[in-house]
Design a binder for this molecule. Structure first.
Ligand SMILES: NC(=O)c1ccc[n+]([C@@H]2O[C@H](COP(=O)([O-])OP(=O)(O)OC[C@H]3O[C@@H](n4cnc5c(N)ncnc54)[C@H](OP(=O)(O)O)[C@@H]3O)[C@@H](O)[C@H]2O)c1
Length: 266
């Protein structure tokens, strides 16, 4: 999907801009932070593990001579987005690039799940994305410039039995981001949903064939930012399953295949 030309020509000019990356303590978020620092963006890194964040920050400061601020926050808490906003204001930090990457996953049947863990997943994967975006977007709109990247998943493209809540949270992220892309079309704010498939990170460290790397995911995202699409799927095979198999094949076949693939081993 693409719409009329707009003022996005500088979406990947990061020098001297400030980028906030949630979930920057590991995996795709840490890689995003590194690639943005390499392009001379200053950074605000957010996660719960301050020690891991500080370690990422120290490496990036010394390697790329950029300013890096770390903020310890639990994004599953209802007050987290407002607290983040207030801390940014107090430090006079203007965020030009927002990467909503923090997320948690979880498998197994809903009937056996811990309801509190499901609520925390929804709060982190959905609540924080909406909370942070809706607080930082007005400033970007006023400045007529900004970038928002929301990390969804190929799980956003079809319901996933045994990862029902996770895939539903990512369907929300994809739908929310695509609608926002349309709302901001003429504003100079570039909005993009990025959907990785299985990617080698602490979240997904098991043996899965054809796994992608965080570097590939971030490269896909940065390349897509140069264009004008509302969403991108990382990797050709993932794109086929997300955009062709899941959409064009009968629902029962897609759900049945998903159930067999994801069914917990006895
Ligand atoms: N790996 C995959 O196969 C895959 C596939 C599709 C989509 N994704 C998505 O990609 C994104 C990054 O995941 P990843 O694979 O890089 O996993 P990861 O290495 O586990 O990273 C997740 C990040 O989110 C942070 N986080 C989790 N809960 C948080 C909370 N309550 N408050 C603040 N930060 C929190 C973690 O930091 P702390 O633990 O320090 O808080 C960590 O930095 C997620 O949105 C995930 O859903 C991953």
């Amino acid at each position: 999907m693409a719409h009329a030309p707009q003022n996005h020509t500088d979406a990947t000019q990061f020098t001297g801009r400030t980028a906030l990356v949630t979930g920057a303590s590991s995996g795709i978020g840490a890689e995003f932070a590194a690639r943005l620092a390499e392009r001379r963006a200053n950074l605000v890194l957010v996660a719960r593990s301050l020690e891991a964040l500080e370690s990422v920050a120290a490496q990036l400061r010394s390697r790329y001579q950029v300013q890096v601020t770390t903020m310890r926050l639990d994004l599953s808490e209802a007050t987290a987005a407002q607290e983040l906003f207030e801390r940014l204001e107090a430090s006079a930090i203007v965020v030009d690039v927002l990467v909503n990457n923090a997320g948690v996953s979880g498998g197994g049947p809903v009937s056996a799940a811990d309801p509190d863990a499901l609520a925390a997943m929804i709060a982190t994967n959905i609540g924080a994305v909406v909370g942070i975006t809706s607080r930082l977007l007005p400033g970007m709109m006023t400045r007529g410039r900004g970038v928002i990247v929301n990390i969804a998943s190929t799980g956003a493209y079809q319901p996933a039995p045994y990862r029902a809540v996770y895939s539903a949270t990512k369907a929300f992220v994809l739908s929310f981001t695509q609608a926002l892309w349309s709302e901001t079309a003429q504003s100079g704010v570039r909005v993009l949903a990025v959907s990785p498939g299985p990617t080698e990170t602490p979240m997904n460290s098991g043996a899965v064939r054809g796994k992608r790397t965080p570097r590939q995911v971030v490269q896909t995202a940065l390349k897509a930012l140069d264009g004008n699409a509302s969403s991108v799927v990382d990797g050709a095979a993932n794109a086929f399953f997300a955009r062709v198999f899941s959409k064009r094949f009968p629902e029962r076949l897609v759900l049945g295949a998903g159930e067999r693939l994801m069914r917990p081993k006895p």
